[in-house]
Design a protein around this ligand. Structure first.
Ligand code: ZN
Length: 586
């Protein structure tokens, strides 16, 4: 029986350890300068080399030529502590998960008193150190505090905060990290070639992804793929099937269909996914990741290959044409919609239905983004009831502070000019304030009426930033936007924000999927979830009151509170206390 890959490839020196240079370099310096501490704490996620490093450190310390940062590999200690060695008497590994009590700690303390059998140090490696009980640590405290000359401790743990502070403060703490994908990819390429295993293109990136940054997990996945492969070459199809990822071609097909905005293509592609037995949630995640890759390809141009290691030139070329066709703003807002849908898919009764609805939403947002709608959509699309429930008292969202416009400009600004100028305006904002610029990524000019520009945001949460002041006592960030518009177009305008059209159908209202197909038309008849009263009071624009702004007084206030009550009754099924009181007075 073959030993597992991760055991056969367990590093024997710090030089062989990948992805942890920030830890191993200082350790090696300490070793070569002979400034070794008596206790170490290695922390970090599982499978990233803590225990292995502890063994390597022990090997370095006890090498006959040592202490050294490169163990000789031939002395008895080095041989015993090599990956095939049987272990050394002077290096004691304790699994704290099963030896965590006071008795074990006392036992360890007694053993530590004796001098090493042969080598320089008696080294105790406590794996899973966070499992040691409070009493166990207390029993250890004395010896960790003032150990005999010949004793070294190495604690390894995934949860350093559970190691009591008094112990922790006596150790040198080295935090290990997950290994970056590119490094892992290079590493498993080497492993494959030294194992003489052929893998098809695209397999190794999947392995790295499945390993999640842990070297051990990654090698285990690779091991499993190699072991289970019916062919001498590990095929992409085999990897996809075993790891449960979506086939790249299928992702490209769905995305191409979405890009073309043709509903029938999209749902054909989607049904292909569902009929292959793909987990809908997993597919959603894969699609989101694919969109991320497309954004990278669109942004990085020729350098995308470096950022997406393991992707072939042909695949990249396909992705490039897809990405350029859609553009980063569209892709980015699609990603938002997907991320939101994925979050709500957890525990959903019918994830497939959710997936179909997600496709519909993507189609609709795509269709509407393409038609740079001059007029705001006839139906309100945003304003989730959740928001209203949270803040029932003022059902109308707070108005954005608006500065009155200057004298009307001589030549009115045209909508087309405004749309054309928008990228330049964004650039100008980016030069002034990066944070505001990033809040505006993916925005579009949706319309211009008189001197009010409607700016469409993929999500209104990012628009919130515009209401915030630029600094203590300064005007709001919105003013920065107005200034940039003035500087670029020569027109002082006002603006309002609106969410870029996406629809929010309730899961209960299962739409017949085909109805959705002609995206832009479907939008108008899309069902919304607002209670009718609230709808009347809060029109689509979140920041609507800017044209007739300001504090509701007199009868208006009464009207508003009426609406507020109505919302509470409608949404919460509650009654206002004041309502009763008024009745009593009457
Ligand atoms: Zn040696």
């Amino acid at each position: 029986m073959a030993t597992a890959l991760y055991r056969r490839y367990r590093p024997e020196s710090f030089a062989e350890l990948i992805g942890q240079a920030h830890v191993t370099d200082p350790l090696r310096h300490a070793l070569s300068a002979d400034r070794v501490n008596h206790a170490y704490l290695f922390s970090g996620p599982r499978g990233c080399g803590k225990t292995t490093s502890a063994r390597i450190l022990a090997r370095c310390l006890n090498c006959a030529e040592g202490p050294t940062d490169t163990p000789c590999g031939v002395c008895p200690s080095c041989v015993e502590l090599s990956r095939d060695g049987g272990g050394s008497l002077d290096v004691v590994e304790i699994d704290a998960a099963s030896h965590n009590g006071v008795d074990d700690a006392r036992d360890l303390r007694e053993r530590a008193v004796f001098a090493p059998a042969r080598d320089r140090y008696k080294i105790f490696i406590l794996d899973e150190a966070h499992m040691v009980t409070q009493q166990g640590f207390n029993a250890l405290l004395k010896i960790v505090e003032e150990p005999p000359e010949h004793v070294k401790f190495i604690f390894a743990t995934t949860e350093p905060e559970k190691v009591i502070g008094t112990i922790r403060s006596r150790t040198h703490h080295y935090p290990f990290r997950l290994v970056p994908p590119s490094e892992l990819l290079t590493y498993i390429e080497q492993v494959c070639s030294s194992e003489g295993v052929n893998v098809e293109e695209g397999v190794l990136p999947l392995v790295v992804r499945a390993g999640g940054g842990s070297v051990r997990d990654t090698l285990s996945v690779l091991d499993q793929l190699i072991a289970g492969s019916p062919d001498p070459t590990v095929t992409y199809d085999h990897a996809i099937g075993l790891l449960g990822y979506t086939h790249g071609e299928l992702l490209a097909e769905v995305m191409t269909a979405l890009a073309s905005g043709v509903g029938s293509d999209t749902f054909h592609a989607l049904h292909k996914v569902i009929h292959t037995g793909q987990d809908p949630r997993r597919f959603g995640e894969d699609l989101l990741e694919y969109v991320r890759d497309l954004i990278i390809v669109d942004q990085a141009g020729q350098e995308a290959g470096e950022l997406l290691p393991g992707t072939s030139a042909a695949t990249l070329e396909g992705m490039r044409s897809l990405a350029q066709g859609m553009g980063t703003p569209t892709l980015s807002s699609m990603a938002d919609v997907m991320a939101e849908a994925l979050a709500s898919m957890t525990g959903a009764t019918s994830p497939t239905l959710h997936l179909e609805l997600l496709m519909a939403r993507l189609l609709v947002s795509r269709g509407q983004a393409a038609v740079t709608a001059p007029v705001a959509p006839s139906r309100p699309v945003v304003a989730e009831p959740a928001q209203l429930v949270q803040e029932p008292s003022p059902p109308v969202p707070a108005p954005t502070p608006e500065v009155a416009a200057d004298a009307p400009p001589a030549h009115p600004l045209s909508e087309a000019a405004m749309i054309d100028a928008w990228p330049e305006i964004l650039e100008a904002i980016g030069e002034k304030k990066r944070g505001v610029w990033s809040a505006l990524v993916g925005t579009e000019v949706m319309g211009l009426e008189e001197d009010v520009v409607t700016i469409g945001f993929p999500s209104l949460t990012s628009a919130e930033l515009l209401k915030k002041p630029q600094g203590p006592g300064l005007a709001a960030n919105a003013e920065l936007v107005r200034e940039a518009i003035l500087a670029t177009t020569g027109h002082r305008v006002r603006f309002k924000v609106q969410e870029l059209p996406t629809t929010e159908p309730t899961p209960g209202e299962a739409l017949a999927v085909e109805e959705v197909a002609p995206a832009s038309e479907a939008a108008g008849s899309w069902p919304t979830v607002l209670p009718p009263q609230a709808e009347a009071a809060s029109p689509p624009e979140e920041v609507e009151p800017l044209v007739e702004p300001e504090v509701p007084t007199g009868p208006v206030a009464g009207e508003l509170s009426q609406v507020g009550e109505a919302v509470i009754r409608e949404v919460l099924g509650g009654e206002l206390i004041s309502e009763k009181r008024i009745d009593e007075e009457n």
